[in-house]
Each structure stands twice: as C-alpha cells, then as structure tokens.
Design a protein around this ligand. Structure first.
Ligand code: 5GP
Ligand code: ZN
Length: 141
C-alpha cells in the first residue's frame, strides 16, 4: 500500500528519482541526498508505514536484515571502520519523513566532526532509573 503524498512511496514506485543500491521483496535501500558521511543509505519498507510504532513486524525485520547487509557493504566496499544505525520516530526524535526508514551511516576513523553523539553521557539518578525500569516492565505501583 502506498500513500499518494509520501516522498518515499514515490521512491519505491520510481516516480521520484533516487540512487538505489539494493532491493528485495519487502525493502528498498537508496542513498540519502544529505549524507552525514560517505555512503549514508536509507533502508525503507516497500509498504507504507509512518514510523517505528506502525510498521509491521515482518517489514521491520526485513529492514533490519537489509540494514545489516548495507552495513557490511559499507565496511567491505567503502572501507568504513564502523556503522551507526539510526531510526527517528516522531518529530521530537527528529523524524522529518513519515515513511519508516533506517539510516545506515558508515563511520570512518577521521569523521568525528561529521557525526557526534547527540547527548552528553551523564550519570543518572539510580532510584529514578530503577523506578522507570519498573514502569517499563509493567510492575504494579
Ligand atoms: P529523518 O529526518 O526522517 O530521520 O530522515 C529523513 C532523511 O531523508 C534525511 O536524512 C534526508 O536527507 C532524506 N531525504 C529527504 N528527502 C529526500 C529525497 O528526496 N531523496 C533522498 N534520497 N533522501 C531524502
Ligand atoms: Zn510512504
């Protein structure tokens, strides 16, 4: 199912041009037009779903496997020394295109200025961490 006004559905259908690098029954992988580093690829499901919360588990699994393959290509072909896999779900998490996608961002030893950790690691309050963990587990209050 595709959505008329969706940019990435247009890329799946070929009505919007893209540099495609891989595809299979469920997924399409193509170059990001604003690459964070050389070889930045987006992996999307052929079927439209807007984000991580909506995507069907089978499509999510297929995208994860395709992303793993792209990561391997980045290392083998481009000489990347690492890879970041990123998904943004919702505007507060930086999502700008509402068709699920994984960013596969190859990392190189000298690219530190191009992509940095988006938070400053700071020790949290252990009680708060434990309490939030309990809420996520669904423990009775
Ligand atoms: P988000 O911000 O939703 O996590 O990521 C959207 C990504 O789509 C961005 O990295 C952006 O550069 C990329 N993008 C936006 N428009 C186009 C387009 O027309 N073609 C391609 N190939 N990538 C796009
Ligand atoms: Zn779409």
């Amino acid at each position: 199912m595709s959505h008329e006004d969706c940019l990435f559905c247009g890329i799946v259908e070929g009505t919007i041009p893209s540099v495609r690098v891989a595809e299979d029954e469920r997924t399409v992988s193509f170059m990001d037009i604003n690459p964070a580093t050389e070889g930045h690829v987006l992996v999307i499901p052929r079927a439209h779903s807007k984000d991580l919360l909506e995507i069907a588990p089978e499509d999510l699994a297929a995208c994860a496997v395709a992303a793993q393959q792209m990561a391997g290509r980045a290392v083998d072909v481009l000489g990347a020394s690492g890879v970041n896999l990123l998904n943004c779900c919702g505007a507060s998490a930086w999502q700008t295109v509402y068709h699920f996608h994984f960013h596969v961002v190859p990392r190189y030893d000298d690219d530190r200025d191009q992509l940095t950790l988006p938070w400053i690691p700071t020790p949290g309050d252990p009680d708060q961490i434990a309490e939030t963990g309990a809420r996520l587990r669904g423990d009775e209050a």
